[in-house]
Design a protein around this ligand. Structure first.
Ligand code: ATP
Length: 370
């Protein structure tokens, strides 16, 4: 029975004040997280940020310097890996090469000393889940990378862990197979309803697979949110820059107004008008984080009174469905603009060195103070 408290379901996996030091070096620094039952939760960050160490502490491979963890209300402190309701799938799935697909999936169950019929039933159920029943008698070397991956997942799920841990799950696959397997794996995990924490340095992978993402940097969590929250509502310049591309227009908050603020922004040689609920004090240093697709590009001057500036197109990258324009402003600031290449609402045709108007709505972007 799941522990219920004021967070309800939110605290299925609970991490509080978790810290890990290696000879005085702080790899994980006071991390607290609540993960919901059935959630796919991604730890995302650059190499060395501490995400694997955090995952290894959940699995019990690494002992925390401080802090606590619980799963479904059960404290994990001091429990060795084999006594935890967890299972870790590694980057190199480590399938036993001499065993068939079904023997690989059965292996962990046999260690548990389950009845033969029960093992067979679980193996069949898992192979059906990952759509590998037809290849049950094959050996790993007779499988494609994606098929091996599915077998590894079946093996990790066979014992019915409360928490599935994935360490760079697509690490061994090439790029095309990766993006195909991301959705496939996420679907299988969701179908099974198992709670999952995954580690990845690939933002696309985190955005595709996870319900929520924790962005890590130097051992700390910088932001937690759903893929659209971390993209649309970054809480700092760091997270804004980490997910996708972003334009940061730096400036200072101008005179206080009731229904909007202005940002005096040397980048645009003028003021940016922000109409949505922002708070700040006059003179505060802030940046408007503006995603490239929020900026319109046009040949004619837009009718709107604010938030427009003329620039010069330095570069155009064509991606088929859209193009990315690199536009230099008179201040020298460079902005990225994404425009859809679709005849129904196509951007006008531009070429190198063209002058173009850039504009954005007063409700676009996020004002960041850190
Ligand atoms: P990657 O994506 O490269 O695996 P990561 O974010 O998973 O990186 P960790 O493996 O958690 O990072 O490592 C975090 C930091 O802790 C790194 O600076 C690493 O060098 C250090 N570290 C990890 N394990 C040990 C160890 N056993 N002894 C000493 N330092 C370690």
């Amino acid at each position: 029975v799941a522990k219920t408290d004021h967070l309800g379901d939110h605290g299925y996996v609970r991490i509080e004040g978790l810290r890990k030091e290696f000879d005085g070096f702080v790899a994980v620094d006071d991390v607290s997280l609540s993960i919901r039952q059935g959630e796919i939760f991604a730890l995302l960050g650059a190499s060395g940020c501490g995400k694997s160490t955090l995952l290894r502490m959940l699995a019990g491979f690494e002992r925390p310097t401080a802090g606590t963890m619980s799963i479904d209300g059960q404290p994990m402190d001091g429990l060795p890996p084999f006594q935890r309701p967890t299972n870790m799938m590694f980057q190199s799935y480590a399938l036993f090469p001499h065993m068939t697909v079904e023997q690989n999936v059965a292996f962990g169950l046999q260690q548990e000393k389950l009845a033969k019929a029960e093992v067979a039933r679980r193996v069949e159920e898992m192979l059906t889940l990952v759509q590998m029943s037809k290849l049950a008698k094959r050996k790993p070397h007779q499988l494609s990378g994606g098929q091996q991956q599915r077998v590894a997942l079946a093996r990790s799920l066979a014992k019915g862990p409360k928490l599935l841990l994935l360490d760079e799950p697509m690490g061994a696959l090439d790029k095309k197979l990766r993006s195909q397997m991301q959705l496939e794996l996420a679907n299988i995990i969701e179908k099974q309803g198992v709670t999952c924490v995954m580690v990845t340095h690939d933002q696309e992978e985190a955005m595709t697979m996870a319900h929520r993402i924790a962005i890590m940097d130097a051992g700390r969590i910088r932001q937690v949110g759903s893929p659209d929250e971390v993209y649309e509502q970054p809480n700092s310049r760091f997270t804004a820059g980490f997910i996708g591309s972003v334009n940061l227009l730096e400036g200072k908050i101008g005179e206080d107004e009731t229904d909007h603020i202005t940002i005096i922004a040397p980048d645009i040689n003028g003021s940016i008008y922000v109409g949505h609920g922002v708070s700040g004090y006059e003179g505060q240093e802030v940046a408007l984080a503006l995603r490239p697709e929020k900026i319109r590009i046009s040949r004619d001057e837009p009718a709107q009174p604010h938030n427009k500036i003329k620039g010069t197109i330095e570069d155009i990258a064509y991606f088929g469905s859209h193009s990315v324009y690199h536009v230099t402003l008179p201040s020298g600031k460079k902005l990225l603009v994404n425009a859809i290449n679709d005849r129904r609402w196509a951007s006008e045709h531009f070429t190198w060195n063209d002058e173009a108007w850039l504009s954005w709505g007063e409700n676009e972007g996020v004002v960041l103070s850190s």
